[in-house]
Write a protein that binds this ligand. Structure first.
Ligand code: NDP
Length: 334
């Protein structure tokens, strides 16, 4: 089968151009793929914030060049040297250094380590797997951190920042499905209010208003929060968390700093829980994907994504880092 496939196919490859990474659509062959044990015919990948940084070259995401970009993928196993997988299996991969140190999902074929693969949940098509993608799986990890801390819907409202983005929008729909009252913080109140209410947000706060004049401790308001933004916004969130509440922090869309104080931690017992999707253990991944399969309403999911071709990635990368993408973008690699 491999011989039959030894014809050129498309991939988005980052290369060193005058000392800087530059990503472009290229024609490659199976010989350009790494010598890993499972060959996957990729159906879809997605656009995540980190992909925006990698494809635009604005962040040093690809640490060895040349490298195929795309931090996630969903597809069908064509060949496997590992007995855990056989031809025809539907699989997905999130993180594990794809697009950082390993070749990623913006390619019609990819070879991968068997230990990176998660079986696509039966409830989802490959398209739906990537409609959730790394953003959706990370949102689920955040929600599970809140649940594992023992925070229940009756404990109070949960705040979601970067609400109209990929992680934020999935987090809102999951939390609302679980019965939490959700407040969304967004920089795009006018454009995104209807979208956010549709996802299940009961209140919407403008980002500029939210971060104005943040004091070390403010009124205890939120039982928990999912923060995708960082910086001053995360500091403000921490100052408003209720006694023994938790913030699941996964992102840096607003910056890498955290201009906070110890006050929320030592006077209110607040927990700041870091969420990493890239190297999360297989049991943690499996638990998150199982929960996504149980909780996701496919009709609702279909309202929050659109499908785009790989050729549009350079343009889409600029848009996501400028905060201009609403919901999720699935990349059809074919
Ligand atoms: P998106 O770009 O889809 O969403 C980010 C959202 O953040 C935007 O929609 C916008 O929300 C808000 N935002 C954008 N720019 C700014 C800014 N300058 N200041 C304040 N808010 C801003 O990205 P994703 O949802 O894919 O990712 C969100 C974050 O989570 C990223 O930082 C990403 O790197 C991180 N991430 C981390 C993972 C992990 O494993 N830790 C995994 C996946 C993502 P709005 O329009 O509502 O204001």
């Amino acid at each position: 089968m491999t011989e039959a496939l030894n014809t050129p196919f498309n991939a988005i490859v980052a290369e060193d151009v005058d000392g800087k990474p530059r990503a472009a659509l290229k024609s490659i062959s199976l010989n350009d793929l790494p010598d890993e044990e499972v060959l996957v015919e990729v159906a879809y990948s997605t656009l995540n914030y980190k992909d925006g940084l990698a494809v635009s070259g604005k962040g040093r995401i690809c640490r060895s060049l040349p490298l195929i970009c795309g931090i996630d993928l969903a597809g069908t196993v064509l060949e496997s040297k590992n007995p855990a997988f056989t031809a025809g299996d539907k699989v997905l991969v999130n993180g594990y250094g794809l697009s950082e140190i390993h070749n990623g999902g913006y390619s019609q074929y990819q070879r991968l380590k068997a230990e990176w693969l998660v079986r696509a949940p039966a409830a989802f098509s490959l398209e739906h797997c990537m409609a959730l993608g790394t953003a959706g799986y990370t949102a689920m990890l955040c929600v599970q951190a809140i649940q594992d801390h023992g925070i229940k819907p009756e404990d109070g409202p949960v705040l979601v920042t970067g609400a109209a983005g990929g992680v934020g929008s999935v987090a809102i729909s999951l939390l609302s499905k679980l019965g939490y009252s959700v407040t969304a913080v967004t920089g795009r109140v006018a454009d995104s209010s209807a979208f956010l209410r549709d996802l299940g947000a009961s209140d919407i706060i403008s980002r500029d208003e939210f971060i104005r004049d943040c004091k070390p401790l403010e009124r205890e308001t939120w039982a928990a929060a999912v923060d995708t933004v960082g910086d001053k916004l995360l500091a403000t969130v921490l100052s408003q968390i209720k006694y023994e509440g938790l913030v699941a922090a996964c992102g840096l869309a607003g910056g890498i700093n955290l201009p906070s104080t110890v006050m929320p931690f030592i006077l209110r017992g607040v927990t700041l829980r870091g969420i990493d999707s890239v190297m999360a253990s297989q049991p943690r991944r499996q638990r998150a994907w199982d929960a996504l399969a149980q909780l996701t309403d496919i009709a609702a999911l279909e309202k929050i994504y659109r499908i785009e071709p790989m050729s549009k990635l350079p343009e889409l990368a600029q848009q996501i880092i400028a905060g201009k993408i609403q919901g999720r973008v699935v990349i059809d690699v074919n």
